[in-house]
Design a protein around this ligand. Structure first.
Ligand code: NIG
Ligand code: FE
Length: 414
């Protein structure tokens, strides 16, 4: 590998490559100490030990960033958010504190439906502005790739407005955005008592319309007693398959409907939430390569008591990702670092597993093969932290040690 001729070089760093396959011989975080990373044309051109470089470094690269003792991680990836929405649900939070459950509120016409009303009323400009301010919080903590779902419009016009807003965030803010169509999130009031007719509407109208505008990277759904059955979701997934769009599913959040088994039979990229997942679901996910996306923010905020089956997921080798699930009802969380902390304290994940959950495994959950791991040829998205060990990222609460990020090799100071 040729040394030099690079656009930029970061020297004297510790690098958590998160190339864990290479670290099977036991290097936690795939870490390299006293190391450097070089970038050319937006990709990682070289990565290795400082001893392999000869001074002066400015002969090697147009830009040199000396960052003694700092840690570099892959740019963080939040692979499950509903960050575009109108209004908020603080009043429901207060109702839940007085004893109402999330399901009771939803069945009484609140919950997702109340956000649908507020989102339909919001202008596209308002949706953009409010979401962009939340997204900036994530960017300030090192997020460089973000998944955003629709699902608070439910009619074609508003679903498309949400997806367009998500794409606009990707154009106007320094972040890659992947969009998921979540038309099957809840039954809109105009379809009361006609669930199958709504599923037909999603399959025949709203989903094809969003796909034909080029706005859909994946199709998602909410498989739950208060939403849709596995059979109904399978109809949506059949349509997704016909349209050649990959699928994922909110599954086993409040009960075990065997949604993950069904999703795995469609080679879903991920099944998300999973507190009520049982061994049959874990086995099916392992066989199909479906990533388990755990959402500790929703677990915490809904005061869920049932833990996702971490040991089974580990035992069967299912890749585990972690995400904020940023949304107004079950997880009003815009801190990926707080999410890391919750993954460790609530789910007993190790700090290394949690970091893998927002880097290499989050990339897998989104089907992205060019990021999430720092290796030659990967997109040069990374974050530089003023920490002494990677575990500090999940250890502190409410403190942000980010110094800067590189996005496709360009420094960005969020
Ligand atoms: O991921 N579970 C379904 N959807 C969201 C919550 C949506 C809402 O309550 O607004 C979730 O938790
Ligand atoms: Fe969600």
């Amino acid at each position: 590998m040729q040394i030099g001729g690079w656009d930029a070089l970061w020297t004297n760093a510790n690098i958590a490559t998160m190339d864990l396959a290479a670290g099977e011989d036991g290097v936690p975080y795939g870490a390299l100490n006293d190391a450097a990373i070089a970038v050319h044309d937006g990709a990682i051109a070289w990565i290795g030990s400082m001893t392999e470089l000869t001074e002066p470094f400015h002969r090697l690269a147009a830009e040199v960033h000396d960052i003694p003792g700092r840690w570099i991680t892959p740019g963080l990836i939040d692979c499950h958010t509903h960050i575009v929405y109108g209004g908020n649900r603080a009043a429901e939070f207060e109702m839940r504190l007085e004893g109402a459950t999330y399901e009771e509120i939803a069945r009484a016409g609140g919950g997702i439906r109340s956000t649908v009303t507020a989102t339909r009323e919001a202008s596209e400009e308002d949706l953009f502005r409010s979401a962009a301010s939340r997204v900036r919080h994530l960017l300030a903590e090192g997020v460089t790739t973000l998944e955003i779902k629709s699902g608070y419009g439910l009619d074609t016009k508003t679903e498309i407005a949400m997806l367009r807003t998500a794409r606009r965030i990707g154009r106007e803010l320094p972040v890659t955005v992947r969009t998921s169509f979540l038309g099957a999130h809840a039954l809109p009031s105009e379809f009361d008592g006609r669930e199958d007719a709504y599923i037909e509407f999603v399959c025949d109208e709203s989903l094809p319309a969003a796909v034909s505008e080029g706005l859909v990277d994946a199709v998602d759904g909410f498989c739950e007693g208060i939403a849709f059955s596995p059979q109904q979701m399978a109809r949506v997934f059949d349509k997704a398959r016909e349209l050649e769009v990959p699928v994922k599913l909110h599954a086993e959040q409040l009960s075990d409907l065997k949604g993950a088994v069904m999703a795995a039979s469609y080679d879903a990229m991920s099944a998300d939430h999973l507190e009520y997942l049982e061994e049959d679901g874990v086995r099916a996910m392992a066989a199909s390569g479906t990533v388990a996306v755990l959402l500790p923010g929703a677990f915490y905020f809904l005061r869920e008591a049932k833990l996702p089956p971490l040991d089974l997921l580990r035992q069967f080798g299912v890749p585990i990702a972690v995400a904020t699930d940023c949304n107004p009802g079950s997880s009003p969380v815009t801190s990926i670092l707080m999410t890391l902390n919750m993954a460790c304290t609530l789910f007993r994940m190790t700090p290394e597993e949690a970091l893998a959950g927002i880097t290499c495994n989050a990339a897998k959950a989104l089907g992205l093969t060019d990021r999430g791991v720092l290796r030659i040829g990967a997109r040069a998205d990374f974050a530089i932290w003023n920490i002494e060990r990677p575990g500090e990222l999940s250890y502190r609460i409410g403190f942000n040690p980010l110094e800067h990020v590189a996005i496709a090799g360009k420094v960005s100071n969020p």
